[in-house]
Design a protein around this ligand. Structure first.
Ligand code: SF4
Length: 522
């Protein structure tokens, strides 16, 4: 039976159409054309002033206008908090605020339109489970808030040397540019290692910093004058086999020779680990903790950026080993990658050797993975992954530091996981001195006092191992200083003290004098 349907003629048939759906679109910069290169400045940041100055040399060499952002300051935290989402981790807040504060000043001088034209921000891009893959989204959110929607941000992928002309042809990410940047980072690393191994023992206060400035300016010129060997294979071969950089580092060593040190001063050796940005940074972003540790009678073992670049190679190598790759020739690719790794480590070692092998060697990535494996799976990516556990155990087992200071950003997911796993590690190795420091940017006293609690114990250990060696060898500090007068090379900052099984430099130094230089008790 059919149903009778009646239509109410009073119904309003004039229903308006729903508004069009506005889909989310990821940030995409306006093009940066080749014609704009001469009038546009590339901004970058995130490392130490030394690394950034050398990177600037590599960029100037390729005729880019390039300028590092000013070092992070406390006000950057406030500016970042105002403009990005509240759950962001502290490095994101600091670096976003840093860019924002810089651009605000430029807007005051040039206005918004000119600032958009004159500057570009270049940053490392990544994907992965932590916020590092979304930094640029935070930047674009903050720029929106500033009314600089048209400002251009470009991402440099970390795993491709040759990315070609990007976003309009103004930026050509070729092999020459990528290797220039990587080599400047490696040189920045070894010089930084030398700096931290010297300053705590310098006899004339301020001398290390003065020589350091001179050396960094010298190395800037070396990168700025780098000869052109093309954009592809010629450039790869030249970077790998030239003596250009090692000769320059030997000049740095000569300048460093002038610094007089006293290695009988007992210092606690503190290895810095933690989240990439926070551990690398030198400034208010991490409460100037490295400077503070030195003022508290410590020798800081800084974290080289090179370890992170080395770490990035290993997940790809594991994919190849397990044939989890779409490559048609996984075996061949695996062998190529292993050869690249060997060349990378060899290059780092050549740079170390040019500085008298005083900078620390890179830890073996497989050893880091194996040390961490019972506590933290190496396939858990994000942040520094298993390396935080691996490094703590590496420095502990090899007796290369008295304590580990792990810098953890507030609201960092990977670091929270690693600190949880470290509880298990400490259960197994209760004498491992480990200070996990949460950094929010505005709780300095709390963070430093936590560090001090562990540092007090580390200093006691440094002192007692020094006394143990003096007793064992029968030497005295006075006898050592008398001997040094006859052998002035021992007082040079470039004199290499071999590792003799102790964590502290002074204990190793005394044992070296007794065992290798024949200094005997009176
Ligand atoms: S590692 Fe932590 S602090 Fe660093 S970007 Fe990722 S979530 Fe943020």
């Amino acid at each position: 039976m059919g149903q009778l349907v009646t239509i109410d003629s009073n119904l309003d048939t004039n229903i308006s159409a729903p508004p069009p759906v506005k889909h989310y679109q990821a940030y995409r910069p306006r093009p940066f054309t080749r014609a704009e290169r001469e009038t546009t400045t590339l901004l970058f940041g995130g490392l130490t002033w030394k690394h950034e100055r050398l990177m600037q040399g590599a960029l100037h060499n390729l005729k880019y206008n390039a300028e590092p952002l000013p070092n992070i300051a406390r006000e950057d935290l406030d500016a970042g908090k105002e403009l990005i989402d509240v759950g962001a981790c502290c490095p994101t807040i600091f670096t976003t605020g840093n860019l924002v504060n810089y651009l605000k000043k430029k807007v005051d001088v040039y206005g918004k339109e000119e600032t958009n034209k004159k500057y570009i921000y270049l940053t490392a891009g990544a994907c992965g489970p932590c916020r590092f893959g979304q930094y640029h989204e935070s930047y674009s959110m903050a720029l929106d808030g500033l009314g600089l929607r048209d400002f251009r941000l470009f991402l440099l992928a970390q795993d491709e040397l040759d990315q070609g002309e990007t976003g309009g042809g103004g930026l050509d990410i070729n092999v020459s540019l990528s290797l220039g940047l990587i080599w400047s980072i490696l040189c920045g690393d070894v010089i930084t290692d030398l700096e931290y191994a010297t300053r705590p023992y310098e006899v004339n206060p301020g001398q290390t910093d003065a020589v350091l400035k001179d050396c960094v300016e010298y190395m800037y010129a070396v990168f700025n004058d780098r000869p052109d060997h093309g954009k592809k294979l010629g450039s790869v071969a030249w970077h790998l086999y030239t003596n250009y950089f090692t000769n320059a580092l030997k000049e740095v060593r000569k300048k460093w020779d002038t610094i007089e040190v006293d290695r009988t001063r007992v210092k606690a050796r503190v290895k810095i680990t933690g989240e990439f940005w926070l551990q690398t940074h030198e400034g208010e972003g991490n409460y100037n903790i490295k400077k503070w540790l030195e003022a508290e009678d410590s020798e800081v073992v800084p974290p080289p950026v090179a370890v992170w670049l080395h770490y990035l190679m290993h997940p790809i190598m594991r994919q190849m080993e397990k044939r989890h790759s779409t490559s048609k020739h996984p075996k061949r690719d695996e062998l190529i990658l292993k050869a690249v790794e060997r060349l990378y480590v060899a290059t780092y070692n050549r740079f170390r050797k040019a500085l008298g092998s005083i900078p620390n060697e890179l830890p073996d990535q497989v050893e880091l993975r194996d040390l961490a494996e019972p506590y933290y799976h190496f396939e858990l990516r994000g942040g520094e992954g298993h390396m935080l556990i691996g490094k703590a155990l590496y420095y502990y087992h090899h007796k290369k530091a008295h304590m580990i200071c792990e810098l953890s950003p507030y609201s960092c997911m990977p670091n929270t996981m690693s600190i949880g796993s470290m509880a298990n590690v400490i259960g197994k190795y209760p004498d491992l001195l480990y200070a996990p420091i949460e950094v929010k940017g505005d709780a300095e006293v709390h963070a430093l006092s936590r560090c001090q609690m562990i540092l007090t114990e580390a200093k006691k250990r440094a002192q007692s191992e020094f006394e143990e060696v003096l007793t064992k060898t029968g030497l005295t500090v006075e006898a050592i200083h008398e001997y040094e007068k006859r052998h002035p090379e021992l007082r040079r900052a470039t004199y290499k003290v071999p590792h003799k099984g102790y964590s502290g430099t002074s204990a190793n130094y005394v044992l070296h004098l007794a065992q290798d230089r024949g200094l005997a008790r009176a």
